[in-house]
Ligand binder design. Structure first.
Ligand code: SF4
Length: 378
């Protein structure tokens, strides 16, 4: 693969590096492993009500954004006090996804490894230089994160962890105890080898170069197996105390946040949903959260669009909200974009609904109205 060295550092927003959007400041709060305590959710919801537009936006990496932010310093003080900003130097590089149901449904619990990886990441001055897009994943073996394409990841295979580099099995097998350190050494190796690239997959021969720096020969790749791709966790009730609730279009309103914060335990997923332990199904549904895995809301996402984004050609969320209830059953996710950047698009195949100056194209079609677009979303 040809190198795609970048001439600019990435500009991924954080809490301390707020992006100026058309509707004001935009702060992104990293949640390694999606972990968010009910008390921390209350802090975020109150902060958005008092300093932002009142909503919390769930991202495709399981983070939370506050839009229309008026007082960034006040926000960072509150998040620091709530334990949501444990590192000033590393906040933008704490990009760690983990299988959201890990350890809650009888599966292998990767969360202790997430915590250890996060601690060690923040303790490494060198790794503060990672691009804001560099992603770590820890997959409990079900393959739900396979489509995400981590730069450095591990996946449970048998009693070991397969080391994934640029989204593919490297052939290296690790004991759980050594996994966090090896993952961080792989990230350091990427920093040594890169020439401005943001992602390992952009670096020519990147996997082999990282393996070499880790001391593995190219022949280690012969151990690599075909790891099946699993499905994202769907909305639904998974046990007496365990459910997954989809947040329509990833926009969590104040009332929804308040009811979620009554639960015992929460994890934000990368699919605009929340794993809830000890929540009240009826109360969650009454606020508009979706627990029915067959609901059309579970397969529809949208970028910010107008008026939040200055590049948008349409208010995609308004239009998606209007027509989603009429969406026919289908398998492919649907993503609405206000322009060709397609921010927040799902991993893998999806129905591409793109705003044009005179309507929407669906998978490259001619312009149609939002209502007509629904007929093409199969
Ligand atoms: S896809 Fe375009 S319109 Fe939508 S948020 Fe990204 S830049 Fe803005």
């Amino acid at each position: 693969m040809a190198s795609t060295g970048r001439s600019q550092p990435d500009r991924c927003p954080g809490v301390l590096s707020v992006h100026q959007a058309a509707d004001g400041g935009l702060a992104r709060v990293r949640l390694p492993g999606g972990v968010l305590s009910p008390e921390q959710l209350r802090v975020l919801a109150t902060a958005s009500a008092e300093l932002g537009d009142g909503n919390l936006e769930l991202t495709s990496r399981g983070n939370i954004q506050i839009r229309a932010l008026k007082a960034p310093e006040e926000l960072s003080d509150r998040l620091y006090d709530a334990g949501l900003l444990p590192s000033i130097t590393h906040e933008r590089v704490r990009n760690i996804l983990a299988s959201p149901l890990s350890g809650l449904d009888g599966s292998y619990a990767v969360q202790p490894l997430v915590a250890e990886l996060d601690r060690a990441l923040c303790a490494s001055p060198r790794l503060a230089e990672l691009p804001g897009r560099f992603l770590f994943t820890l997959d409990d073996g079900r393959g739900d994160l396979a489509a995400v394409g981590a730069d450095v990841g591990v996946r449970v295979v048998g009693g070991q962890l397969a080391l994934l580099l640029a989204g593919v099995d490297s052939g290296v097998r690790l004991a759980p105890a050594e996994a966090p350190q090896v993952m961080l050494r792989a990230a350091e190796a990427f920093l040594e080898e890169r020439d401005g690239e943001w992602r390992l997959g952009e670096l020519a021969d990147g996997v082999a170069r990282v393996l070499s720096r880790l001391g593995y020969s190219r022949s280690v790749g012969q151990m690599a197996g075909e790891l099946a791709e699993g499905q994202p966790v769907r909305a639904g009730v998974y046990g007496p105390e365990l459910l997954v609730a989809t947040v329509p279009l990833g926009s969590l309103g104040p009332e929804q946040a308040a009811v979620l914060a009554e639960a015992e335990h929460l994890r934000v997923t990368p699919w605009r949903s929340v794993v809830v332990v000890g929540g009240d199904v009826d109360r969650l549904q009454q606020t508009g959260l979706v627990v029915d895995g067959e609901s059309p809301w579970t397969r529809v996402t949208a970028c910010a669009g107008k008026p939040g984004c200055g590049k948008a050609l349409a208010d995609v969320r308004r239009d998606a909200r209007r027509v989603t209830p009429t969406l026919q059953p289908g398998r492919r996710p649907v993503h609405w974009s206000g322009c060709e950047r397609r921010c927040g698009q799902p991993a893998g195949d999806f129905v591409d609904v793109l705003a044009l100056t005179d309507g929407y194209s669906v998978d490259g079609s001619e312009a149609v109205t939002a209502e007509q677009s629904v007929m093409r979303m199969r």
